[in-house]
Each structure stands twice: as structure tokens, then as C-alpha cells.
Design a protein around this ligand. Sequence first.
Ligand code: ZN
Ligand code: ZN
Length: 371
Amino acid sequence: MNAAAHNSEQSVALATQRRLERLRAKLQDKRLDAILVSNSENRRYLSGFIGTAGYLFITDYEATLATDFRYTEQAEQQAPGFQVERITGNPNWIPALCDKSGAKSLGFEADDITVAQFERFKKAFDENNAGTRLEPTEGLTRDLRAIKDEGEMELLSRAIQIGDEAFDEVADSVETGMTEAEVAAQIERAVRARGAESISFDTIVAAGPNAARPHHRAGDTPIREGEPVVIDMGARYKGYCSDLTRTIVLGKADDKTKRVYDIVLSAQLAAIEMVEAGMTGGDADNLARKVIEEAGHRDDFGHSLGHGVGLEVHENPGLAPNGKGELQDGMVFTIEPGIYLKGWGGVRIEDVVALENGKARVLSKARKRSP
Ligand code: ZN
Ligand code: ZN
């Protein structure tokens, strides 16, 4: 192992230690003796283990990573702060660990496990251990993940940089007659060529009237001159996702296209300029929505303004009408207003920003190509 790899392993171990401490404070608030973490991104965030199966069992002073034989070696390597326990499909190990650690209450991730899994856990407890209460929890680790630490900021910045560069390269080479799917394939190649493990979601390339549907995938529609083309794409780098949208026009755009583009761009810039720590997600959404409504397009911006990005491409915070959650320094989220007109097309512009010292710092650098 070289020194750089060793250093990065040490910094992951330090970061996961700090994350565990924040989670433990929450467990105390909720009066829980232990929590069972089943969600894969939460597992990765708290332990550093990137395998696709396993659970974390965390008490005030213990941290156990339970996984099957395929992953135990990898788990020991990637999660040095954890006691690795080899398990099979039988959930009896959960009441056994509760017994051993004296946990009288065990939180589980009610927003992650299935009803069938819960029934199996409950049965294992009924058969093995009468003394532990199973308590549903929601969002404990997910809320921690909304605030990014230094290591996460580095990985996110790299994912965003890869996405930006891939977009600029491909956008420069798009020609009329190319299909949406061809553009999407070029983006995927460009993202991987820069060291991303994958795209972070199915690339959206929506040409002409297709752009009126915010979630149109890339199909065999050819790109024509003068039409808005919405490209929404992202790269995943070491688990972290980027998310970027640009709307481009080949050749000359008509007045309507220019007008709609300018409204969306002013709404986006207004939100970036004015969003502040302490606002709710709803307040932030309204910053852009007001601009679009005042321009006469109240009914044409049918989705929320933005969402957090991190290990998942959609995570906390949500910037949506009536969103109650408070925006805080350290959060990283998108700002992506759009206008969609059925039969004509649409325009969306999306950047990722980080809240720092109360204000938004724009992380995306891909060129905006005003028509
Ligand atoms: Zn997007
Ligand atoms: Zn997005």
C-alpha cells in the first residue's frame, strides 16, 4: 500500500468516527440504546464499507458490521473502526447482539426495510429475546448526510468537475441529425473516460417537444436546428453523484426560445443569489418560482426547485413548495428551475451549490450556452 492510499484510509476512518459520534448523539436524543442500519448509502457513509450487503449495529460504545462470507474480508479492510461479524440469512444475530450489549431498545430504519424483513426481525426477537423493544426511526442518518464534511466535499467536487468537463466536451460536438440516444451515449463515454465509475442516473437528452416532459429519457428523436435540447446528466465518482442540466440550441433560436430561456436563467440566478442558510426549502423554492410566475408561467414549472446530492443523486434537503426543512451551512444541493410547454418543448438549467457562510457557492462550472 502506498502512502497516499494509507492516508486516505486514515482520513476515511477519522471521518466515519466523527459521523458515528453525531449519530450517537441522535440516539441519545431519541433514547435508543442501539440502531440497526440497513440502508446501503447510510452503511457506506457511517462505516466506509462499500459492499452491497450488510448491516451496521451501533450502540453508544460499539460498532459492528454484519455481512455475509462474500464481504467479510473487504469489510475488515474498509471499515477498520468496526467489529466485523459474519452472518447468514438468519436474523437471529440481531437479538443475540442486543442481548450481548444489553440494548433494551433497538431502532431500525423504517424508511428502508420491507414489511417482510421487519416481520422476520420481529419473529427472531420473539423467539430469542423478550427484553428489547424494536423502534421505528426515520431519517436519522439521512439527516446527518445532508451536511457534507471535508472528505465528501472533495469527492463531490471531483464528481461535479467530471460531469462539467464531459458535458462541455460533448455539447461542443453535438450536430443536427444526431439522436438523443447518441448524445447520451457520448456523455456516458466522456464521464467514464475521466475516471467516473458510472453515470449517476440515466442521462436525459430531450429534443424539441420531448423537452416538455421533465423526465424524458434519451430516445431515437433526432436533434433539429433551432430547438431547445435539455441535457440532464451526472457522474458518480467514488460513490458521490453530480447532477447538471443545460439547455442548448443548435443554430439560431427564435424569439420564444430566447424569451423562455432568459426567464429560466433569471429565475435560477435569482435563487442562487438570494438563497441563505436559515431559510426553509420552501422559501428557497419560492425565490425562483416567483420570477417564473411573474413572467406569466405560473403553471409551467411543475417540479420542485432542487434537492440535495451526495451518495444519492436525490437526497436531503428538499427545495420544494412548502418545504419545511431548514437550509444550513454545509448542505450541497441543486438549483434547477424549468419551464415546460406542451407541444413546444422546455428549458431547464441546473447547477449544484454548497451553502457556505450562509450563502450559495456555485460548484458547477459547465458553460451556460444562452441561445
Ligand atoms: Zn439533474
Ligand atoms: Zn437534479
